[in-house]
Design a binder for this molecule. Structure first.
Ligand code: THG
Length: 263
């Protein structure tokens, strides 16, 4: 499971304040603590902060790179911010994200190839998120076709079938799982699959429970990466356990400790 820590996001009060005050310490602390908790990469999103998004994003990336060389998942919907930010990354970055429309793919896939980055592509376009499995599968097929056309390897592509809060869209969690199942069947080699996991439980009670059960279910159909709360120990343990039960990791009585120490 490739764990992308979600916490460096201007949506969180602590990160927002640190970005606006240009206070490095809380950001560097969030970076190191997420990695220590088992994150493999760090999502970086300026969120609704004051100031210029490009400047905020580059300050965040440089601040994080002072303390770690872990991969940075640059999370912005703006292409100009993305192209500047990816250049500021000293190690291969993860571009998060492009939409599935052809004109968008025609600029994001070449940006990934030229900069040696990985790419997250969402199954949504200008009309929004498809409500059903078929809409997501059609967009997923467009993403895979465009990646191949521009020479992006499937190991460097992450399809994100976009999960919405279960209290708003009760059919969505199953539709996302159906889309992963079908897209894995029709593509060979298959790309990676990622979700912004915490979306599923936004504004719900029992967030941790919803997150970890849904993650386990998705791992069962082939999800192999998630932007998620690495500080939630029950969630991290669920991810590791789901992989043991699918023989993605070898079982031993101390498998959780073994997994964390093998990273
Ligand atoms: N796909 C991709 N990238 C994404 C998402 C996705 N990036 C952003 C988001 N979705 C994933 N990250 C988060 C981060 C935080 C929360 C949800 C998703 C979250 N935040 C608390 C809330 O809204 O209640 C904030 C709490 C606080 O203010 O302290 O739940 O889907 N590719």
């Amino acid at each position: 499971m490739f764990v992308i820590g979600e916490r460096i996001n201007g949506m969180f009060t602590e990160a927002k304040k640190a970005i606006e005050d240009r206070n490095k310490e809380p950001i560097q602390d969030l970076a190191l603590r997420q990695l220590a908790a088992g994150a493999d990469a760090l999502d970086v999103n300026v969120g609704p902060t004051r100031g210029k998004p490009v400047e905020n994003m580059i300050w965040l990336i440089e601040t994080i790179q002072e303390v770690t060389d872990a991969p940075i998942c640059v999370d912005t919907p703006k292409f100009d911010v993305m192209s500047e930010a990816v250049k500021a990354c000293t190690n291969p970055a993860i571009i998060n994200s492009t939409k599935a429309s052809v004109p968008e793919l025609d600029r994001y896939v070449p940006l990934a190839v030229e900069t040696g980055s990985q790419l997250v592509a969402l199954t949504l376009d200008e009309t929004g998120v498809p409500r059903d499995v078929d809409g997501r599968v059609m967009m997923g097929a467009t993403i895979v076709t465009k990646a191949m056309e521009h020479g992006l390897d499937m190991v460097d592509l992450y399809i994100d079938p976009v999960i919405l809060p279960v209290n708003v869209g009760p059919k969505q969690p199953a539709a996302v799982m159906g889309a992963i199942t079908q897209l894995k069947l029709i593509s060979d080699p298959a790309p990676n699959f990622v979700l912004g996991l915490s979306n599923v439980s936004q504004s719900c009670k029992e967030r941790s429970l919803l997150n970890r059960i849904y993650l386990s279910m998705c791992v069962g159909v082939g999800l192999n990466a998630a932007i998620m709360d690495a500080f939630d120990k029950d969630l991290m343990n669920a991810a590791i356990t789901a992989e043991i039960l699918l023989e993605k990791q070898l079982y031993c009585d101390d498998y959780i400790a073994a997994y964390l120490s093998s990273r």
